[in-house]
Write a protein that binds this ligand. Sequence first.
Ligand SMILES: C[S@@+](CC[C@H](N)C(=O)[O-])C[C@H]1O[C@@H](n2cnc3c(N)ncnc32)[C@H](O)[C@@H]1O
Ligand code: SF4
Length: 200
Amino acid sequence: MAEPLAIYVHWPFCLSKCPYCDFNSHVAASIDQPRWAAAYARELAAYATETGKRLVSSIFFGGGTPSLMAPTTVGSVLDAIGGLWPVADDVEVTLEANPTSAEAARFAGFRAAGVNRLSLGVQALDDASLRWLGRGHSADEARAAVALAGRTFPRSSFDLIYARPGQTVVDWRRELDMALDFVRGHLSVYQLTIEPGRSS
Ligand SMILES: C[S@@+](CC[C@H](N)C(=O)[O-])C[C@H]1O[C@@H](n2cnc3c(N)ncnc32)[C@H](O)[C@@H]1O
Ligand code: SF4
């Protein structure tokens, strides 16, 4: 039996561009989601001719900001995958989300579409740092989104960025302690990295 297959789906759109971010992410005035769904289906079909019938064990919607996808778009990508490969009963389906309240309102729709793990981009637990990072959410919104994700999905996690300018080891230890108080299973920490050409 061939190795199980893990599928990554990239959604390259964001509401605004965070100044530190070097990911393939863009701000667009309007996005034709049915057209994107059809393009994903064609791309997946092209890959299926190369992989053959391997069991899909993991699907990851990354970005950009996949929580800006309509749940129906997520569902149609999952249907396309299910039509091309056998999918494991215990497949992990993760979606990256930004913790604004508007996006939290879509969590139930993502769960209904088949997402069973949410990864939230919290980044910092105080509003001044979030403003410096150019984030569109407050620390309270982030905490509320983590709690809602815990109630909505079987698994969830969140990301923090450390080594921010002016942040001491004592500050980071305090922030990490706060994070460990409400983490649900998994926490990802990233050292701030500014690539050449980014403005911060
Ligand atoms: C694909 S990115 C962003 C996901 C989502 N759009 C968000 O911003 O929450 C995944 C994670 O990478 C980390 N990240 C992005 N840019 C970074 C940078 N320049 N330095 C360190 N970590 C970074 C953030 O923690 C982010 O949540
Ligand atoms: S929302 Fe996420 S992917 Fe988009 S610009 Fe900010 S860090 Fe990058």
